[in-house]
Design a protein around this ligand. Sequence first.
Ligand SMILES: [Zn+2]
Length: 146
Amino acid sequence: MDFKLTTRRADSVFIVDLAGKITAGDALPALRQTIRDEVAKGHNKILLNLKDVSYVDSSGLGELIMALGTVTQTTCAKCGATVFKDDEGNWDPCPQCESRDRKPWGQLKLSNPGRQVTDLLQFTKLYSVFDVHESEEQALASFKSR
Ligand SMILES: [Zn+2]
């Protein structure tokens, strides 16, 4: 099956149902645009449901990492502005309010990874980088607990 992407909501969580192969081609820009659109709309709880994903290659994995970075980008804890690192990798104070308190903007979780995706995440040591849940119910519950 080719790549397919559909979206739905469960309360405050925005669910992206992915299906087929997440590989170089149509899948990557579609996923990237969806994440960007949701972040632009202020949807800060995003669940990527991988239940029907049959295969992820390295470029697909890179796209998942980019999605995670987009949703969990570091923001000012006071005013919500995006904050950046300087050339030495230290965090600059907030460009708007000078605060040095930071927090991730949103949460992105994965649910229902199949065997190949699970193996890929573990092999690349990314399983713990992502918040992976075995079922959608568990993932949704974990959003609420924070
Ligand atoms: Zn600020």
